[in-house]
Design a protein around this ligand. Structure first.
Ligand code: ZN
Ligand code: ZN
Length: 205
């Protein structure tokens, strides 16, 4: 059964760790992209998300909302960051080789900059320390606006991608004794080595 928006929001905040408008922004954009593409929340790897956020920038929380909405998760490996520093996602229907790109309209950020939530964040207050009465109106705004007011979704386009083959075979590293997925194992002299053991051996500094 599909989760309601409210259930996704609750799950999202539990997963995310603090209450901010960025995670709900990802939820809304993810849901809009899924609707246009005609896909459900991914159970396996049938949907792939390419999120354009990078590291340590405002609204990066967007990526957690995308994970919660789309079911594309880092554990399953069907989400990747492009590190473009943009608040956008390309959602790919792997089976049908189709995709859409959804991004947040520029005007939305101009509006968000003025919000008391962003003023707190800009003055260095961690998101978890922003009082609820300040964060809640921003969260409500993101959750209640119509898609057309802040989300731009492209038409569906062709996207050719080969689904990766899941690797099950493991081997034992002869150096540390830990198991490693075979394709990540390396040869060190005549032994099998995991990558960290290989790197340790070849450290020049
Ligand atoms: Zn956040
Ligand atoms: Zn090892």
């Amino acid at each position: 059964m599909e989760m309601t928006k409210k259930e996704l929001l609750d799950l999202g905040f539990k997963f995310h760790g603090h209450r901010c408008p960025g995670m709900p922004l990802g939820l809304r954009v993810g849901l809009a992209a899924m609707e246009k593409l005609g896909v459900s929340r991914a159970k396996d790897g049938e949907v792939l998300a390419l999120i354009e956020t990078g590291e340590a920038h405002c609204a990066g929380c967007f990526g957690d909302g995308i994970q919660v909405a789309t079911g594309c998760t880092y554990g399953k490996g069907n989400i990747k960051k492009t590190h473009y520093g943009k608040i956008a996602v390309t959602l790919i229907d792997v089976k049908n080789q189709k995709a859409v790109r959804a991004n947040v309209a520029s005007e939305f950020f101009a509006k968000m900059e003025q919000s008391p939530f962003m003023q707190q964040r800009n003055s260095g207050v961690p998101a978890s320390k922003v009082p609820g009465e300040i964060s809640q109106p921003s969260i409500d705004m993101v959750m209640s606006m119509p898609d057309s007011a802040f989300i731009e979704v492209s038409d569906v386009f062709d996207y050719n991608i080969k689904p990766p083959v899941v690797q099950f075979k493991r081997v034992k590293c002869d150096v540390c004794g830990e198991m490693v997925i075979e394709k990540y194992a390396r040869i060190l002299d005549d032994k099998i080595a995991c990558i960290p053991c290989l790197e340790k051996e070849h450290k020049v500094f």
